[in-house]
Design a protein around this ligand. Structure first.
Ligand code: ZN
Ligand code: ZN
Length: 251
């Protein structure tokens, strides 16, 4: 009986794993789950001076209201349902559904994820500079994301459908060029989502990742981009901005 239940649950798991709707649903739910602690911080900010002191733009007004969070949630959900879900379902159906028998080694996983992050960071830097330098591109893709002068976690994916699809294409191209194992690909997408949320969270937290790894920009670095527009184009690492003279350190 247990063997039968195991077999049934295994085939059920395989169905879920191969569902064309899984990638977009997983990406959306992951994004919302990663943002949840920052929603709690924004709520705590109204009663705790210590939490308020971690806000980067403490002087520029109170944390985003619940209404602003909810409006942003609806916009992101709408674009996922109307653009990301159909695009990823189509891509999924064109891909080979076969999953490899073996998981990658820890070292292979680390190398592949790191290579993907470096490549995605480079491609995003080029695309981001283009979106700012070509007025037509800015108006039709990137302007929506810049409605947030002081961003908050959920705003990491508050972009137009065209921009969301272009970022998806850059992420998928990175994993394709690196030749990732599917498990490394899942880890890359998870870390990519987390870094985007951390970049937009609006808090300079004592345990933030960029404090341990100075090669990362962090939230203050990306917030400077939202305020000034012409600096800090790379999403995660600072080397391209330092090299091209567009780096602006946290003030
Ligand atoms: Zn941003
Ligand atoms: Zn920008």
């Amino acid at each position: 009986l247990f063997g039968m239940i195991h077999l049934i649950s295994q085939s059920g798991q395989e169905d879920i794993l191969l569902s064309p709707y899984l990638p977009a649903s997983f990406a959306f739910l992951t994004h919302v789950a990663l943002c949840a602690p920052f929603l709690a911080l924004d709520a705590l900010g109204s009663v705790s001076p210590r939490v308020r002191s971690w806000r980067i733009a403490a002087g520029s007004g109170p944390p985003p209201s619940l209404r602003r969070w909810f409006a942003c949630f609806l916009r992101v959900l709408y674009r996922y349902v109307t653009a990301v879900l159909p695009a990823t379902a189509l891509f999924h159906s064109l891909r080979s559904p076969a999953l490899p028998q073996l998981a990658p080694s820890c070292w292979q996983l680390f190398v592949e994820v790191f290579a993907c992050l470096l490549l995605f960071d480079t491609l995003f830097f080029i695309w981001h500079v283009s979106m700012h330098r070509v007025p037509w591109l800015y108006r039709n893709t990137h302007r929506l994301h810049h409605q947030h002068h002081v961003p908050f976690a959920l705003a990491a994916q508050d972009s137009g459908s065209l921009e969301l699809l272009s970022l998806l294409l850059l992420a998928l191209s990175s994993t394709w060029v690196v030749g990732c194992h599917p498990l490394s690909e899942v880890f890359f997408h998870l870390i990519n989502s987390w870094l985007a949320v951390e970049d937009h969270c609006g808090y300079e937290l004592p345990w933030a990742l960029h404090r341990q790894l100075p090669c990362l920009g962090g939230a203050a670095y990306h917030q400077a981009h939202h305020t000034l527009h012409s600096v800090n184009y790379a999403p995660y690492f600072i080397h391209w901005d330092v090299l091209f003279g567009t780096y602006r350190g946290p003030v």
